[in-house]
Design a protein around this ligand. Structure first.
Ligand code: UD1
Ligand code: MG
Length: 448
């Protein structure tokens, strides 16, 4: 049986008071509409049809080929929105799953339940409901004496009695496709001048057909985003969902409320995440690490048993057993090999620190290759930029860079070279040689 998802994303999102289309506001690092697409992927391999309107170009650009787009030029209601998908899908699918792009927590599992229930239903549709004390403006679900769904009543037109109903319409449905296209054309125009998708329930019931309902157990899934207050609620809900998933896989999260993990982040078991830590983008962390407190890690690959205390890392790679911080900074292209130690106030960019390099205090290393077991003294700086171009620095193995050395690139230092404190090194240094002064001059050769 062919199932296709239709995602409604044309609404304006006026209450967000934003230049950004509502469905592009991020939740845990990805736009809301991306979350809706993820859920849709669970129920079908068919590429979803997305109804866009407000901010259509930006939504299209963001989503690319992950959806087939149809444009709802005039926002005439949810029923009218689904109708825009008819020309694309008529005759091409058996079931249509309709959901809204502003419900980022609605899970694929829940959508699957809707589909399975509809498959077993001899009526034309199955809807998703939730029982909750706070009605938050949702349509009320009216049931008949037999317990079957009779109608959805929008809050604006509900009587006091109907308003007291605690079962609410979440806004996701699975329809028999052939019945749906026909029903959409018969939806009456509401007093507000819109065609309500919710009126399909009444059409089915009037024709003596059964409307099934799946009731959500987890209230969090029903969070719809209309304001930035809801946005932060959705963020908190998604954050907690992601954190729990990591905890169940063996990651210790000391304080989930202050731990922010993006949807694509992977973490190995027995890693401990301390409070106030942000793991973002395509970050992968190995097993047995201790991360944080107070660290921000974006798009990094981190090996096993690394310790990262109060540091900021971006697009960097750490092999196993690296320890760094507090207050270290890695930028794009920093590569720290096994067992590197980096202490406080160091910055590394576009550089490789080979195994066992130590860089304890206050240094800037840019465009450099630092050989194994070399010691970078406090205050060392690679002067890699001449105002126009970046130049490389290559330092051999077992080198000792004295405190406050300025390495004026392009520059090479051979294995076991040494620099005296405060040297300004402007010329290449041969292996086994000690240089001192400003500009640094050779004063001794260690070679036996
Ligand atoms: C809708 C339901 C309500 C349900 C609630 C759950 C109707 C008439 N009412 O109300 O019963 O409790 O969702 O959140 O359906 N959209 C379009 N084009 C339009 C209008 C809306 O694409 O012309 C999209 C919006 O972008 C949004 C979704 O449809 O993603 C829902 O629209 P919205 O206006 O938020 O409906 P509600 O009033 O919340
Ligand atoms: Mg809404």
């Amino acid at each position: 049986m062919k199932i296709t998802s239709v995602i409604l994303a044309a609404g304006q999102g006026t209450r967000m008071k934003s230049d950004l289309p509502k469905v592009l506001h991020p939740v845990c690092g990805k736009p809301m509409v991306w979350h809706a697409l993820q859920a849709a992927k669970v129920i079908s391999d068919e590429i979803p049809v997305m109804v866009i309107g407000h901010g259509a170009d930006r939504v299209r650009e963001e989503i690319g080929s992950a959806a087939r787009f149809v444009v709802q030029a005039e926002r005439l209601g949810t029923g009218h929105a689904v109708q825009q998908a008819e020309s694309t899908l008529k005759g091409d699918t058996d079931l249509v799953l309709v959901s809204a792009a502003d419900m980022p927590l609605l899970s694929g599992e829940t959508l699957s339940k809707l589909v399975e229930t509809q498959k077993a239903n001899n009526g034309p549709m199955t809807m998703l409901t939730i029982v909750a004390d706070d009605p938050r403006g949702f349509g009320r679900v009216v049931r008949g004496e037999d317990g079957g769904v009779r109608a959805i009543v929008e809050e604006a037109v509900a009587s006091e009695e109907e308003k007291a109903i605690k079962e609410l319409n979440v806004g996701a449905y699975c329809f028999d496709a052939n019945w749906l296209w026909d029903a959409l054309a018969r939806i009456p125009l509401s007093a507000k001048g819109e065609y309500y998708l919710t009126d399909t329930v009444g059409l089915a019931v009037d024709a003596g057909m059964h409307v099934s309902a799946v009731t959500l157990e987890d209230e969090i899934e029903a969070i719809g985003v209309n304001t930035r207050i809801h946005l932060s609620e959705a963020e908190a809900g998604m954050r907690s969902r992601l954190n729990r998933a990591h905890q169940l896989k063996g990651v210790t999260i000391v304080d989930p409320a202050s731990t922010y993990i993006g949807v694509d982040v992977e973490i190995g078991s027995d890693t401990v995440i301390q409070p106030n830590t942000h793991l973002r983008g395509e970050t992968k962390i190995g097993a047995g690490c201790e991360i944080g407190p107070n660290s921000i890690i974006t798009d990094c690959q981190i090996g096993d048993r690394c310790i990262i205390l109060s540091s900021v890392l971006e697009k960097a790679t750490l092999e196993d057993d690296v320890d760094m911080g507090p207050f270290a900074r890695l930028r794009k292209g920093a590569y720290l090999s096994k067992g590197v130690h980096m202490g406080n106030f160091g910055e590394v960019k576009d550089s490789v620190l080979h195994e066992g390099v130590k860089m304890g205090h206050f240094s800037y290393i840019g465009n450099a290759d630092i050989g194994a077991n070399t010691n970078i003294g406090a205050g060392t700086i690679t002067c890699n930029y001449d105002g126009e171009k970046k130049h490389p620095t290559k330092i051999g193995e077992d080198v000792f860079i004295g405190s406050d050395t300025m390495l004026v690139a392009p520059l090479e230092l051979g294995d076991r070279a040494r620099t005296g404190a405060g040297s300004v090194v402007t010329k290449n240094v041969k292996e086994d040689t000690l240089v001192v002064g400003m500009p640094a001059r050779a004063i001794r050769n260690f070679k036996r």
